[in-house]
Every structure is written in C-alpha cells, then in structure tokens.
Design a protein around this ligand. Structure first.
Ligand SMILES: [Zn+2]
Length: 385
C-alpha cells in the first residue's frame, strides 16, 4: 500500500497545522514537513477522527426507499402497534435499506456504528442477520445490541432469543425500561447483567423511565456494573431521568457512574430530556451520542450525519460557547469510541487512519455548520463519497 500524506490540515486538538502520514491503514506520523508518495492537499481544513454513531436502530430503517408518511398515533403503545403491524408490509428488516443507510453514514465520515436490533419472538433473529449481512456488504464496522423492544419479562420467549443472539456473536445485550416496560427492575437488570457476564458482552440499556424512578434504576445499574466488574462496558441510553432530577442527585449519580464506568448515550431527539452533558463530562462520565431511529415507523427524521446530530445535541443542551459546543463533537467522536470500546481510536501516531476533513475553522464551526465533507478516509482508504 502506498503511503498517503494529508498535507497542511489542522488536526482537531493541535494548536498548529500538521501533516498526517498514513501507512498500512494507520497514522504513521503527524507533524510539520512530512513527505510521501501520494500527497493530498487539505490546506487549513479541520481534520477529525472518524465519527462514531453510538445509538441507532438500523434494522428498523426505511432509508433509501420511497417516502413513507408517518402513520402511528402519538402514544408509545400506538407506535409499537404500528411498528408491529406495518414492518412486514414494508419489508423491514431489509438488507438493502440498512446497506443504503450505512453507505450514507460512511459518506458523512462515520467509521463506527452501534445499533440496537430488535430481538423478539415475532422477528426472531432476522434483524440481527440482516444487519450482519449489510455490515458485510458495505464493509462498515457495526456493533449490534440485542434489543428487547417489547420487553423481556412481559414478552415470553425474548430472554431465550437474546441469549441466542449473543451466541451468534452479537457484541452487546440491551434492556428497556426495567420498571416502565417490564414492571420488575431487579429481575430485568439481573437477567441482562447475567447474560452480559456469561457471554462477555457489553450492556446498553434504553432508559426512558423518568424522575426519581429512573434515578433509582441508574443506581441499580451502577451497583451491578461494579459487582460484576463490567466497568467501561456498560452504557445507559437516553437516561431521561438525569435531566429531570435535582442538582444534588445529578451530582451523586454522575460521580457514581464515573466511578463504576457507566457511559451515557444521548440522541437529543424531539423534546425528550437531554442529560446534563457538561456536568457529566466534568465528573468524568463518558458521553456518546447517536440518532436513535432514522427514517422508520417511529419517526420520519434523521440523515445519518453525525455532525448534524452533534449540532442537535449542542442546540438541545443550549450550548453557545465554542468550548461547550465542542463537547457535542466529543460525544460524536471520542465519547462514542470509549462507549463502544474501540481500540486504536484517535488522531495520534499508531491510531487507525479513520479521518474526516471538513472546511471549518474550529470544532464548534464544524458542529454548527456541519458542512459537506472534503474527504473521508477509513482504514487508510480514501472513500468515494
Ligand atoms: Zn433507541
């Protein structure tokens, strides 16, 4: 493989322009005045590490097909019923649709994806298989979470299928509102954490349960993460409760999550509460972000662009200062990489050469304007777009 030199860019986090030398899919050097056989001039542009989509639902997507007007009513029960009623008719899950979305994500510079795939007696493991096939077809790095969208305890047969999914190589086990959906937080969480521990899987739990109920469930998750030594491998997605509890409880939980190694993934969608990102980061909690659903029966929105998603996260967090807005980009890059446990991630020598070049003067500008990508390189290979 010929060496490639990205010349004259401004790698995010460095004070001055630097060349980036890429060899065998890795960053072989970073600094001024480097040389190589093939040179790509990126004069003055911002260089970011590959973007990380840490929470989406690829299996549900209708992306790439004809526009489907939203047909569910405005209740959770209505959305679930609509999803179950129409997914067969619309051919969901579809390898073609998932592949189309993955290609679009890549064109925006997304290098790694974590997706929650429905696993239940209705769909079985068809979603898991479709996503695996699409990942293989597109060559994208996709980490799946076996996701009990309709509950575990309240939906008999789901626990066995979740275990099947882990046996088939799915990297993470999901959960969903241990109280609100499954009505028994202790049993729900014990089941999820037991599977994680037995199969060496990561944990990523959807927690919409709000207020003090959700806060208590966060405590239960912290306790189990510590007891099983799963620090660094557990994520709570959404964690709406965080945005609804009093400041001192927020502080206590943030400290507990940082100490236990529990990350938070936020999607900042619609008007749902966004966890206090600034406070969480100050306490040392890993914060990641993602789209949640993209063009599916749950809602018509989502582009696949993680810079645009970072903008939504910053906007919903009412961030105005550059250093605050930059936290949203951190969630879409380093935070996601830590939540997903990605090795060799970043802009240092030896890291995987997943690089995104954008015409922006700063991280904040890249988030606010989310401009067209000048160049996307994945594993040292410049992508066609
Ligand atoms: Zn979700």
């Amino acid at each position: 493989m010929t060496d490639v030199l990205l010349r004259g860019g401004r790698p995010w986090g460095l004070d001055s322009p630097a060349d980036i030398l890429v060899r065998d899919g890795r960053i072989a050097g970073i600094g001024p005045g480097l040389t190589a056989g093939r040179v790509v001039d990126i004069e003055g542009r911002l260089v970011l590490p590959g973007l990380v989509e840490a929470h989406c639902h690829l299996d549900k997507t209708l992306y790439g097909g004809p526009w489907v007007p939203h047909s569910a009513d405005d209740t959770l029960a209505g959305r679930i019923a609509n999803d179950l009623a129409r997914r067969g008719e619309l051919g969901v899950p579809s390898v073609e649709r998932v592949s189309a979305l993955l290609r679009t994500m890549r064109s925006y510079g997304t290098a790694h994806v974590r997706t929650h795939t429905d696993v239940d007696p209705g769909v079985g493991l068809r979603g898991v298989e479709a996503v695996m096939e699409a990942a293989e077809a597109t060559g994208m790095d996709v980490q799946q979470v076996a996701f009990p969208q309709h509950g575990i305890l309240t939906n008999p047969g789901t626990a066995e299928l979740l275990e099947e999914a882990l046996k088939s190589g799915v990297a993470a086990i999901g959960g969903l509102d241990p109280a609100g959906v499954d009505r028994d937080p202790l049993r729900h969480l014990d089941l999820v954490f037991d599977l994680a521990s037995r199969y060496g899987a990561s944990v990523d739990i959807h927690l919409h349960d709000g207020g003090t109920l959700g806060a208590w469930e966060l405590e239960l998750i912290i306790e189990r993460t510590k007891a099983l030594g799963l620090g660094g491998r557990v994520t709570v997605s959404h964690a709406y409760a965080f945005g609804q509890i009093d400041a001192s409880t927020q502080d206590r939980l943030a400290e507990g999550m940082a100490e236990a190694g529990v990350a938070v993934a936020t999607a900042a969608v619609y008007s749902f509460p966004v966890p206090p990102i600034k406070k969480l980061r100050a306490a040392g909690v890993v914060v990641a972000c993602g789209h949640d659903g993209i063009r599916d029966l749950w809602g018509p929105y989502g582009s696949g662009d993680m810079l645009e998603r970072a903008m939504h996260v910053a906007y919903r967090s009412t961030f105005r200062r550059d250093e605050d807005i930059e936290l949203a980009l951190e969630a879409a890059t380093y935070g996601g990489a830590r939540a997903l446990g990605l090795p060799g991630y970043g802009l240092a020598e030896g890291d995987r050469a997943d690089l995104v070049v954008v015409p922006a003067g700063s991280a904040a500008e890249a988030v606010v304007t989310h401009p067209p990508r000048t160049l996307v390189m994945l594993g040292g290979v410049v992508q066609d777009g």
